[in-house]
Design a protein around this ligand. Structure first.
Ligand code: S3P
Length: 457
């Protein structure tokens, strides 16, 4: 079978987006496939017992990192736009890679792969870009080691007690374990589920708060022996008596609510706007941002239209609204963790104060997002207080944000946040275009089609 190279054609390194005050956004559109669900469709598709068709695949750089890593492990994957054909080989069909697996910018690729490879009888080295190389990996290595895995990472004297990429995973026999996770992380939970499916005996994974549950939903859809107790936030994997195979089935990925949130915030903050986004994933572990925006006074209409692989899907309409400050903390913070950059822009343009708390995890995302948002909002003239676990933002309340040059440090969500803030500014805002492609390569085209003043070049 032919295998295309899923590497997206790289944009010119100097390409830039120029945002300035925009007229109303209007119309209806689709957003690209959900990044988290696309990773899982590729990974779990590869573990199925036959060919798997994936529809609506996210085409961003992170998902392509997962596709390339699987190809390096001997999986035949053919990608054409948002369609993919993954030749499932089962756990046993994976082969040692000839070289280190390059996970690029994608923490999800590295962490979930680590759990998968911990149970395979060969050694793998996982590497990433400069941003991923700084991200903490003890959270995944430690519980896997308790299941018998042999994982080594780079030690950084400046951050004792943790390990960092590159990771060396010497796979082998695993035993089930009870894992009480100290950090709420869907990536770690997913890694342990994949290790648990390969282990001898039962594995229980208890998380401190409920994180996104795409892994549980998709693996159950494919016939894996997984039970979920939402009250105790425990996932149980019990492979005893299971044939060890996931049953191939077509996988349809919903649109990415994280990408959608940037468009929604743009529409809510640009006077006269009225947009509708179709086929957006509405998994309740991910919809915190919609709740936050509603609490800020947003005119949002959310309508569930269907279901894809156990994932609710629907239509979201946003109309320009007078936003006021809000407080985000606790479970709401976990349910909107990836949307905080977009929410921070809504807060910056709102009237009054917004407090974002319980978000210390943002310090170890693709960048230190708390510091990055404080810096970028500050550059735009917004009064921001940086706290260890969040931000206090005093909204401009009708005043124009200053333009300038956004420095996202290769963090896609900081780049997109800078762009949508720039759409309300009198002066021009410049954003490096390449950084956006990690999750939303069609970001600028989509916004332009809705009428945004966002030029490329
Ligand atoms: C993801 C989980 C989240 C999220 C990340 C994607 C996933 O991180 O922030 O962008 O696909 O599992 P955690 O593992 O910290 O929950």
């Amino acid at each position: 079978m032919s295998t295309t190279d899923p590497d997206p054609s790289p944009a010119a390194p100097s390409s830039v987006l120029r945002a300035r005050r925009s007229g109303a956004l209007r119309g209806s559109c689709h957003v690209p496939g959900d990044k988290s669900i696309s990773h899982r469709a590729l990974l779990f598709g590869a573990l199925c017992d036959g060919p798997v068709e994936v529809r609506g695949l996210g085409e961003g750089g992170d998902n392509m990192s997962t596709a390339r890593a699987l190809q390096a492990l001997g999986v035949d994957i053919h990608i054409a736009g948002a369609q993919a054909r993954v030749q499932g080989v089962g756990f046993a069909g994976l082969r040692a890679a000839a070289a280190a697996l390059d996970c690029g910018n994608s923490g999800t690729t590295m962490r979930i792969m680590t759990g998968l490879l911990a149970g395979r009888p060969f050694e793998t080295t996982l590497v990433g870009d400069a941003s991923l190389t700084r991200r903490p990996m003890r959270r995944v290595a430690e519980p896997l080691r308790r299941m018998g895995a042999r994982i080594e990472g780079r030690v950084d004297p400046a951050r004792p007690g943790d390990v960092f990429p590159p990771l060396r995973v010497q796979g082998g026999a695993l035993r089930g374990a009870h894992c009480d996770l100290p950090v709420a992380s869907a990536q770690v939970k997913s890694a342990l589920v994949l290790a648990g499916l390969q282990a001898e005996g039962r594995t229980e994974i208890r998380e401190p708060s409920l994180t996104r549950d795409h892994t549980e939903r998709m693996l159950r859809f494919l016939g894996a022996p997984i039970a979920v107790d939402p009250t105790s936030r425990t996932v149980t994997v019990d492979p005893v008596g299971w044939g060890g195979r996931l049953h191939a089935a077509p996988l349809t990925v919903p649109g990415d609510l994280s990408s959608a949130t940037f468009l929604l915030v743009a529409a809510l903050t640009i006077p006269g706007s009225d947009i509708t986004l179709e086929n957006v994933g509405l998994n309740p572990t991910r919809t915190g941002a919609l709740d936050v925006l509603a609490a800020m006074g947003a005119s949002l209409t959310v309508e569930q239209t269907g279901d894809a692989m156990g994932e609710p899907v629907g239509r979201v309409r946003a109309r320009a609204s007078r936003l006021t400050g809000a407080r985000v903390d606790g479970l709401l913070a976990v349910r909107s963790i990836d949307e905080v950059p977009a929410l921070a822009v809504a807060a910056a343009l709102a009237e009054g104060r917004t407090e974002l708390a319980d978000l210390a995890e943002l310090r170890v995302k693709e960048s230190d997002r708390i510091a990055a948002l404080a810096r970028e909002l500050g550059r735009a003239g917004v009064t921001v207080l940086e706290r260890p676990d969040g931000l206090v933002i005093d909204g401009l309340g009708g005043r124009s944000p200053r333009g300038g040059r956004v420095v996202p440090e290769h963090d896609h969500r900081i780049a997109m946040a800078g762009a949508i803030l720039g759409l309300s500014g009198d002066d021009e805002t410049l954003i490096p275009a390449d950084d956006v492609a990690t999750s939303f390569p069609t970001f600028a085209d989509t916004l332009r089609a809705l009428g945004a003043a966002l030029e490329s070049g």
